[in-house]
Design a protein around this ligand. Sequence first.
Ligand SMILES: Cc1cc2nc3c(=O)[nH]c(=O)nc-3n(C[C@H](O)[C@H](O)[C@H](O)COP(=O)(O)O)c2cc1C
Length: 329
Amino acid sequence: MAPTLASSRFSARFGLATPIALAPMALASGGLLAAACSHAGALGLVGGGYGDLGWTQREYGLALEHGERERIGCGFIVWKLDEDASALDWVLEQRPRALMLSFGDPRPYAQRIARSGAVLVFQVQRLEQVPQALEAGAQVIVAQGGEAGGHGMDGLNGRATLAFVPELADWLAAHAPDTLLLAAGGVADGRTLAAVRLLGADGALVGSRLWATAESLAAPGAKQQALRTTGDGTARSSVFDILRRKNWPQPYDFRAIRNALHREWENRIDELRANPAAGRAAYDAGVQQGDFERAHATVGEAVGLVRDLPGAAEAIARMDRQARALLGD
Ligand SMILES: Cc1cc2nc3c(=O)[nH]c(=O)nc-3n(C[C@H](O)[C@H](O)[C@H](O)COP(=O)(O)O)c2cc1C
């Protein structure tokens, strides 16, 4: 039987009205965005990102205060947790519905997440990462394609959503049939949501589309720049990580809008790494002045499907409606 939205195992397991999870976007998926997603019947994951305890306490607190507790969770970047896991420990005390980890080895955190009762969601960029995630007890695997906004694997290592999702769906069906699969990277309307259901995903983890909403904490100037940008206008590289002093390990890099400062350095990355002062000064000035030709705006190729800045509930309702019509729900 052809998949529909109504038949999603992800919706059934989490009590969702639509099989969508808000991506835990660092500094953008704040408490009010997660709360709005939870009210719209999606899973709202707060962007705990780099594990800043104060930010996480404030935003997760807002999500619990304004949202539907049974559809609220949080996400963290694993290699930063390896330095300081206090924000993770604090969130686990709040008994989140789901805890999402990405970018590192989840196994050191498996026991404490299991003890809290949270469902572990783990985001992978390659098939070979999946056994380690299952060993850590992940009940949901997110297959992230290179189209995605924000961090992911670089061009040598990353995969594309279209072929990665069905390959992983087949692998899970054979080796771990109770494990759910979400697709991430490029899902931003009903067509792309319906497509990933047809590819074998139980639902989608949505970043860029929900970044471009009223509740997202992204800067207003960044959102306006996104509205002027087509899908041609983003690029993956380590330029912004170097400019932002983020010490990301290989093989991860970062997709954002390819602005003037990015273009200035994108063919001289070794030089920028060796001598970052001038680039960083330009970047810092851009942030201070709200100039997004120098500061970065983090979205993926799906920015080409984003033409307005609705409330999150409206963005989710549109995706859901269009996908249902296409799938004959
Ligand atoms: C602004 C932004 C910040 C992100 N921050 C994180 C993060 O902190 N942790 C994480 O696991 N993924 C992060 N991601 C990646 C998302 O989890 C997800 O893979 C991606 O947004 C999906 O692709 P899409 O942007 O095309 O929807 C981020 C993405 C964006 C756009």
